[in-house]
Design a protein around this ligand. Structure first.
Ligand SMILES: Nc1ncnc2c1ncn2[C@@H]1O[C@H](COP(=O)(O)OP(=O)(O)OP(=O)(O)O)[C@@H](O)[C@H]1O
Length: 253
Protein backbone atom coordinates (compact mmCIF):
# COMPACT_ATOMS: atom_id res chain seq x y z
CA UNK A 1 0.00 0.00 0.00
CA UNK A 2 1.15 3.52 -0.73
CA UNK A 3 1.46 6.60 1.44
CA UNK A 4 1.65 9.80 -0.60
CA UNK A 5 3.48 12.71 0.96
CA UNK A 6 3.74 16.40 0.13
CA UNK A 7 6.59 18.40 1.70
CA UNK A 8 6.76 22.18 1.34
CA UNK A 9 5.04 21.60 -1.98
CA UNK A 10 4.43 24.75 -4.05
CA UNK A 11 3.23 25.37 -7.59
CA UNK A 12 3.29 28.55 -9.66
CA UNK A 13 1.66 28.99 -13.07
CA UNK A 14 2.93 31.68 -15.44
CA UNK A 15 4.92 33.13 -12.54
CA UNK A 16 1.88 33.40 -10.24
CA UNK A 17 1.81 31.27 -7.06
CA UNK A 18 -1.21 28.94 -7.09
CA UNK A 19 -0.44 26.62 -4.17
CA UNK A 20 2.20 27.35 -1.53
CA UNK A 21 3.90 25.21 1.09
CA UNK A 22 1.60 22.21 1.25
CA UNK A 23 2.62 19.65 3.88
CA UNK A 24 0.42 16.59 4.19
CA UNK A 25 0.21 12.85 3.70
CA UNK A 26 -2.53 10.73 2.18
CA UNK A 27 -2.70 7.38 3.91
CA UNK A 28 -3.90 3.99 2.65
CA UNK A 29 -7.58 3.59 3.51
CA UNK A 30 -8.52 7.24 2.98
CA UNK A 31 -11.11 8.69 0.61
CA UNK A 32 -9.99 12.30 0.50
CA UNK A 33 -12.11 15.06 -1.03
CA UNK A 34 -10.16 18.03 -2.35
CA UNK A 35 -12.49 21.01 -2.14
CA UNK A 36 -12.27 24.72 -2.83
CA UNK A 37 -13.82 27.35 -5.08
CA UNK A 38 -13.20 27.59 -8.83
CA UNK A 39 -9.59 28.54 -9.45
CA UNK A 40 -8.43 27.57 -5.93
CA UNK A 41 -5.77 25.24 -7.33
CA UNK A 42 -7.24 21.74 -6.98
CA UNK A 43 -6.37 20.62 -10.52
CA UNK A 44 -3.00 22.32 -10.30
CA UNK A 45 -2.16 20.53 -7.05
CA UNK A 46 -3.07 17.11 -8.46
CA UNK A 47 -1.30 17.62 -11.80
CA UNK A 48 1.83 18.86 -10.04
CA UNK A 49 1.70 15.91 -7.62
CA UNK A 50 1.84 13.61 -10.64
CA UNK A 51 4.80 15.51 -12.08
CA UNK A 52 2.75 16.75 -15.06
CA UNK A 53 3.65 20.37 -14.30
CA UNK A 54 6.69 21.77 -12.45
CA UNK A 55 6.63 22.29 -8.70
CA UNK A 56 8.91 23.16 -5.81
CA UNK A 57 9.32 21.02 -2.72
CA UNK A 58 8.54 17.33 -2.87
CA UNK A 59 5.71 14.94 -3.63
CA UNK A 60 6.47 11.22 -3.33
CA UNK A 61 4.54 10.50 -6.57
CA UNK A 62 6.45 13.00 -8.69
CA UNK A 63 9.68 11.18 -7.84
CA UNK A 64 8.53 7.95 -9.55
CA UNK A 65 9.42 7.06 -13.13
CA UNK A 66 6.48 6.95 -15.57
CA UNK A 67 5.91 3.18 -15.39
CA UNK A 68 6.14 2.97 -11.59
CA UNK A 69 3.80 5.95 -11.27
CA UNK A 70 1.28 4.34 -13.63
CA UNK A 71 1.33 1.24 -11.41
CA UNK A 72 0.94 3.38 -8.28
CA UNK A 73 -1.72 5.93 -9.19
CA UNK A 74 -4.54 5.96 -11.73
CA UNK A 75 -5.22 9.51 -12.93
CA UNK A 76 -8.57 10.66 -14.24
CA UNK A 77 -8.18 14.20 -15.59
CA UNK A 78 -10.98 16.76 -15.73
CA UNK A 79 -10.82 16.77 -19.53
CA UNK A 80 -13.37 14.26 -20.81
CA UNK A 81 -12.85 14.59 -24.57
CA UNK A 82 -11.77 11.41 -26.37
CA UNK A 83 -10.39 12.32 -29.76
CA UNK A 84 -11.03 9.13 -31.70
CA UNK A 85 -13.88 6.56 -31.84
CA UNK A 86 -12.24 3.88 -29.70
CA UNK A 87 -14.60 1.23 -28.29
CA UNK A 88 -15.49 1.43 -24.58
CA UNK A 89 -13.73 -1.88 -23.77
CA UNK A 90 -10.58 -0.76 -25.60
CA UNK A 91 -10.57 2.57 -23.76
CA UNK A 92 -10.89 0.80 -20.41
CA UNK A 93 -8.18 -1.70 -21.46
CA UNK A 94 -5.78 1.27 -21.74
CA UNK A 95 -5.82 1.25 -17.93
CA UNK A 96 -4.05 -2.12 -18.09
CA UNK A 97 -1.14 -0.81 -20.21
CA UNK A 98 1.25 -0.35 -17.24
CA UNK A 99 1.16 -4.14 -16.71
CA UNK A 100 1.92 -5.24 -20.29
CA UNK A 101 5.05 -5.28 -22.39
CA UNK A 102 5.04 -3.75 -25.87
CA UNK A 103 2.90 -5.83 -28.26
CA UNK A 104 1.84 -8.21 -25.47
CA UNK A 105 -1.78 -9.36 -25.67
CA UNK A 106 -4.19 -8.75 -22.76
CA UNK A 107 -4.05 -11.50 -20.13
CA UNK A 108 -7.13 -13.12 -18.53
CA UNK A 109 -6.43 -10.84 -15.53
CA UNK A 110 -6.52 -7.78 -17.79
CA UNK A 111 -9.83 -8.89 -19.33
CA UNK A 112 -11.34 -9.60 -15.89
CA UNK A 113 -10.26 -6.18 -14.56
CA UNK A 114 -11.78 -4.47 -17.60
CA UNK A 115 -15.08 -6.39 -17.35
CA UNK A 116 -15.30 -5.70 -13.60
CA UNK A 117 -14.60 -1.99 -14.07
CA UNK A 118 -17.20 -1.68 -16.84
CA UNK A 119 -19.71 -3.46 -14.62
CA UNK A 120 -18.90 -1.18 -11.66
CA UNK A 121 -19.73 1.95 -13.66
CA UNK A 122 -22.90 0.42 -15.10
CA UNK A 123 -21.71 0.24 -18.72
CA UNK A 124 -22.14 -3.51 -19.25
CA UNK A 125 -23.59 -3.89 -22.74
CA UNK A 126 -21.73 -0.79 -24.00
CA UNK A 127 -18.37 -2.58 -24.49
CA UNK A 128 -18.33 -2.32 -28.28
CA UNK A 129 -19.87 1.16 -28.48
CA UNK A 130 -17.52 3.91 -29.74
CA UNK A 131 -16.76 6.31 -26.88
CA UNK A 132 -17.57 9.18 -29.22
CA UNK A 133 -21.14 7.82 -29.41
CA UNK A 134 -21.74 7.94 -25.65
CA UNK A 135 -23.52 10.69 -23.73
CA UNK A 136 -21.26 12.98 -21.70
CA UNK A 137 -22.11 11.20 -18.45
CA UNK A 138 -21.60 7.76 -19.99
CA UNK A 139 -18.21 8.90 -21.33
CA UNK A 140 -17.28 10.10 -17.83
CA UNK A 141 -18.22 6.67 -16.47
CA UNK A 142 -16.07 4.97 -19.14
CA UNK A 143 -13.13 7.12 -18.03
CA UNK A 144 -13.81 6.22 -14.38
CA UNK A 145 -13.78 2.56 -15.48
CA UNK A 146 -10.36 3.06 -17.09
CA UNK A 147 -9.04 4.35 -13.77
CA UNK A 148 -10.67 1.48 -11.84
CA UNK A 149 -9.23 -1.12 -14.25
CA UNK A 150 -5.74 0.18 -13.53
CA UNK A 151 -6.07 -1.46 -10.07
CA UNK A 152 -3.55 0.88 -8.48
CA UNK A 153 -2.92 1.50 -4.77
CA UNK A 154 -4.18 5.06 -5.36
CA UNK A 155 -6.77 6.73 -7.60
CA UNK A 156 -6.60 10.46 -8.24
CA UNK A 157 -9.61 11.88 -10.05
CA UNK A 158 -10.43 15.47 -11.01
CA UNK A 159 -14.16 16.10 -10.51
CA UNK A 160 -15.09 12.50 -11.39
CA UNK A 161 -18.77 12.87 -10.53
CA UNK A 162 -19.35 16.18 -12.35
CA UNK A 163 -22.09 15.63 -14.94
CA UNK A 164 -23.25 12.26 -13.56
CA UNK A 165 -26.88 11.67 -12.62
CA UNK A 166 -27.65 11.34 -8.87
CA UNK A 167 -27.63 7.52 -8.84
CA UNK A 168 -24.29 7.30 -10.64
CA UNK A 169 -22.82 10.03 -8.43
CA UNK A 170 -23.71 7.95 -5.38
CA UNK A 171 -22.55 4.63 -6.83
CA UNK A 172 -19.26 6.21 -7.93
CA UNK A 173 -18.63 7.60 -4.45
CA UNK A 174 -19.62 4.23 -2.94
CA UNK A 175 -17.15 2.50 -5.26
CA UNK A 176 -14.43 4.90 -4.11
CA UNK A 177 -15.43 4.22 -0.46
CA UNK A 178 -15.09 0.48 -1.03
CA UNK A 179 -11.67 0.98 -2.63
CA UNK A 180 -10.56 3.03 0.37
CA UNK A 181 -12.02 0.50 2.80
CA UNK A 182 -9.93 -2.18 1.10
CA UNK A 183 -6.77 -0.30 2.10
CA UNK A 184 -6.12 1.65 -1.09
CA UNK A 185 -6.54 5.43 -1.25
CA UNK A 186 -8.58 7.83 -3.36
CA UNK A 187 -8.13 11.57 -3.85
CA UNK A 188 -10.99 13.31 -5.68
CA UNK A 189 -11.64 16.97 -6.33
CA UNK A 190 -15.32 17.59 -5.82
CA UNK A 191 -17.72 20.54 -5.80
CA UNK A 192 -20.70 18.66 -4.38
CA UNK A 193 -20.07 19.33 -0.71
CA UNK A 194 -23.06 17.19 0.30
CA UNK A 195 -21.64 14.07 -1.33
CA UNK A 196 -18.17 15.02 -0.14
CA UNK A 197 -19.44 15.26 3.46
CA UNK A 198 -21.31 11.97 3.22
CA UNK A 199 -18.69 9.81 1.54
CA UNK A 200 -15.21 11.23 2.14
CA UNK A 201 -13.29 10.18 5.23
CA UNK A 202 -11.36 13.44 5.06
CA UNK A 203 -11.61 16.80 3.28
CA UNK A 204 -8.77 19.09 2.27
CA UNK A 205 -9.98 22.65 1.68
CA UNK A 206 -7.78 24.80 -0.54
CA UNK A 207 -8.06 28.55 -1.01
CA UNK A 208 -5.92 31.66 -0.77
CA UNK A 209 -3.06 29.62 -2.34
CA UNK A 210 -2.84 27.21 0.58
CA UNK A 211 -4.50 24.44 2.55
CA UNK A 212 -7.07 26.19 4.72
CA UNK A 213 -8.38 23.12 6.57
CA UNK A 214 -7.73 19.38 6.57
CA UNK A 215 -9.70 16.82 8.54
CA UNK A 216 -13.04 15.05 8.93
CA UNK A 217 -15.84 16.67 6.86
CA UNK A 218 -17.66 18.23 9.82
CA UNK A 219 -14.41 19.79 11.07
CA UNK A 220 -13.68 21.32 7.65
CA UNK A 221 -17.16 22.46 6.56
CA UNK A 222 -17.47 24.96 9.39
CA UNK A 223 -19.62 28.08 9.04
CA UNK A 224 -16.44 30.15 9.16
CA UNK A 225 -14.64 28.22 6.39
CA UNK A 226 -17.78 28.16 4.23
CA UNK A 227 -18.23 31.91 4.64
CA UNK A 228 -14.58 32.90 4.22
CA UNK A 229 -13.58 30.60 1.37
CA UNK A 230 -16.83 29.74 -0.45
CA UNK A 231 -18.80 32.89 0.48
CA UNK A 232 -21.84 30.83 1.35
CA UNK A 233 -24.03 30.03 4.30
CA UNK A 234 -24.99 26.38 4.52
CA UNK A 235 -26.84 23.87 6.64
CA UNK A 236 -24.80 20.92 7.91
CA UNK A 237 -26.18 18.41 10.35
CA UNK A 238 -25.14 14.96 11.54
CA UNK A 239 -28.04 12.54 11.09
CA UNK A 240 -28.62 8.79 11.24
CA UNK A 241 -27.94 8.85 7.47
CA UNK A 242 -24.58 10.59 7.96
CA UNK A 243 -23.85 14.30 7.52
CA UNK A 244 -26.48 16.22 5.53
CA UNK A 245 -25.29 19.39 3.81
CA UNK A 246 -27.23 22.01 1.89
CA UNK A 247 -25.94 25.33 0.55
CA UNK A 248 -28.41 28.05 1.55
CA UNK A 249 -27.30 31.42 0.21
CA UNK A 250 -24.40 33.48 -1.07
CA UNK A 251 -22.99 35.91 1.47
CA UNK A 252 -22.34 39.50 0.51
CA UNK A 253 -18.88 41.11 0.64
N1 LIG B 1 -1.98 27.35 -17.86
C1 LIG B 1 -2.21 28.26 -16.92
N2 LIG B 1 -1.47 29.39 -16.87
C2 LIG B 1 -1.68 30.34 -15.91
N3 LIG B 1 -2.62 30.22 -14.97
C3 LIG B 1 -3.38 29.12 -14.98
C4 LIG B 1 -3.24 28.09 -15.95
N4 LIG B 1 -4.14 27.12 -15.70
C5 LIG B 1 -4.84 27.53 -14.62
N5 LIG B 1 -4.40 28.72 -14.19
C6 LIG B 1 -4.86 29.48 -13.01
O1 LIG B 1 -4.46 28.74 -11.85
C7 LIG B 1 -5.43 28.83 -10.84
C8 LIG B 1 -5.79 27.45 -10.36
O2 LIG B 1 -6.48 26.75 -11.40
P1 LIG B 1 -7.00 25.27 -11.18
O3 LIG B 1 -7.47 24.77 -12.50
O4 LIG B 1 -5.96 24.50 -10.47
O5 LIG B 1 -8.22 25.52 -10.19
P2 LIG B 1 -9.32 24.51 -9.66
O6 LIG B 1 -9.36 24.66 -8.18
O7 LIG B 1 -9.09 23.16 -10.19
O8 LIG B 1 -10.63 25.16 -10.29
P3 LIG B 1 -12.04 24.55 -10.81
O9 LIG B 1 -12.86 24.26 -9.58
O10 LIG B 1 -12.60 25.70 -11.59
O11 LIG B 1 -11.76 23.34 -11.65
C9 LIG B 1 -6.59 29.64 -11.42
O12 LIG B 1 -6.48 30.97 -10.97
C10 LIG B 1 -6.37 29.56 -12.91
O13 LIG B 1 -6.88 30.73 -13.54
Amino acid sequence: MTRVTFEDFSVALAGTPVISNVNLAIEPGELVGLIGPNGAGKTTLMRAALGLIPSRGACSLARLDDRSRARTVAWMPQERAVAWPIQVASLVMLGRMPYRGPGQRPSPDDRRSVADAIHQVGLTGFEKRAVTRLSAGERTRALIARALAQQTPMIMADEPIAGLDPAHQITTMETFSEIAASGRSVLVSIHDLGLAARHCTRLILVGEQRVIADGPPTAVLTPDNLARIFHIEAFLQSTDHGPVFQSLRVLGP
